[in-house]
Design a protein around this ligand. Structure first.
Ligand SMILES: [Ca+2]
Ligand SMILES: [Ca+2]
Ligand SMILES: [Ca+2]
Ligand SMILES: [Ca+2]
Length: 366
């Protein structure tokens, strides 16, 4: 090919490319909310929509913090934790991509400080219960989770793995040779529902529970049936009032059974996906006695758990262990996480589920 032909060919390619470009049509999308900075409350529904502006077809995707969450024109999202979320929408056709990114700020729930309530936790950072008979109503909703801020109240954590994350307005000191926290409950002598307690120090000083959780090693720690790094995936039932199927990280399966006393869905209404997974430590269940199916009992463990001892559970920060199960020395803690520790059906009394009626700095309790 000589130089002249080469130039001519080049010009032809250019004009073809330009012709193609003219016909290119990226997705034309109208977003329901155009404000890209949004403030949302924990437990509150955020609905985001994206509509085609020209009726052309394209594929859609919503991502929450880089995880694909939905592939329709509407995203429903209820945050269960405080923090900053990036929600990205993309519409893609063969010509390219339309993208819209929201930054969603979810603040912690807080109560005002005063000398009367300083002993109690005053911040709620996260409420992520397991399924249960009281979920989606009191005491298994976000209002209940807020009911223990600055005072006593009651919240249930649902079946195994359900948890709540709370904060104090001051550092709770690890006093030598004595317990430091008291966790109020609704346990009685034959009906403990032990929950594992985790503590965190605000190591980076930013006021947020984004540091390291340390498990409080209670009396069942490392006994047969105890397991760290255990997880359970719960699946949305159909219809939604059916028992909730679960599968654990050991391959076991079961259901969170429903009963006739509570007819609402036991699957948290704010979970938008069809499954969700909770992770933590599993406690032994040898304390449960099923001899009389009409009166299944659960005796308390010796020490170190929530919803275990009638009158309140005293927790010693000195019992904290790291992810390998080794003791750690913490001078003080700022945050507490409480998590249902046993997966069990208690017959007509429903699923074993830890209740928290209050969390206080024991040094401030008269
Ligand atoms: Ca102590
Ligand atoms: Ca922090
Ligand atoms: Ca319970
Ligand atoms: Ca209880």
């Amino acid at each position: 090919m000589n130089f002249k032909n080469c130039v001519l060919l080049g010009a032809l390619v250019m004009s073809l490319l330009q012709a193609c470009k003219k016909d290119k049509q990226l997705p034309q999308v109208t977003m329901g909310l155009t404000d890209q900075q949004l403030n949302v409350k924990m437990g509150e529904l955020l609905t985001l929509t994206a509509k085609s502006a020209d009726g052309q077809v394209y594929t859609q995707e919503w991502k929450i913090n880089d995880d694909v969450s939905d592939a329709t024109d509407t995203l429903k999202f209820v945050p269960v934790s405080s923090g900053i979320y990036k929600i990205a929408y993309t519409a893609t056709n063969r010509d390219g991509k339309f993208e819209y990114v929201y930054t969603v700020n979810v603040g912690a729930v807080m109560v005002e400080e005063n000398s009367q309530n300083d002993r109690y936790v005053n911040k709620l950072f996260e409420y992520h219960p397991g399924p249960g008979q009281f979920i989606n109503k009191a005491p298994g909703n976000f209002a209940s989770a807020g009911s223990i801020l600055g005072k006593t109240g009651m919240v249930t954590l649902g079946a195994w793995g359900g948890y709540i994350v709370l904060g104090f307005n001051h550092a709770v000191l690890n006093r030598a040779e004595t317990a430091d926290l008291i966790i109020y409950n609704n346990a009685f002598a034959t009906f403990a529902e032990p929950g594992i307690v985790w503590v965190m120090k605000d190591e980076n000083g930013n006021g947020k529970p984004d540091d390291t959780w340390y498990e409080i090693a209670g009396s069942e720690f490392n006994k047969t049936g105890y397991q760290r790094n255990y997880s359970v995936t719960y699946t949305r039932p159909t219809p939604d009032t059916d028992p909730i199927p679960w599968k654990d990280s050991n391959g076991n399966t079961g259901v969170v059974a429903t009963n006739t006393f509570h007819k609402q869905s036991y699957f948290p209404a704010w979970v938008t996906g069809n499954t969700y997974t909770l992770t933590g430590s599993l406690l032994p269940s040898g304390n449960i006695n099923r001899t009389n199916p009409n009166n299944i009992t659960s005796t308390p463990f010796a020490y170190g758990y929530a919803d275990n001892t009638n009158g309140g559970d005293r927790i010693d920060i000195a019992d904290a262990v790291d992810q390998n199960g080794n003791k750690v020395v913490l001078s003080s803690i700022d945050f507490v996480k409480i998590q249902t520790g046993i997966q069990a059906n208690m017959g007509w009394l429903g699923e074993l589920s830890t209740e928290v009626n209050g969390v206080a700095d024991l040094s401030m309790v008269p």
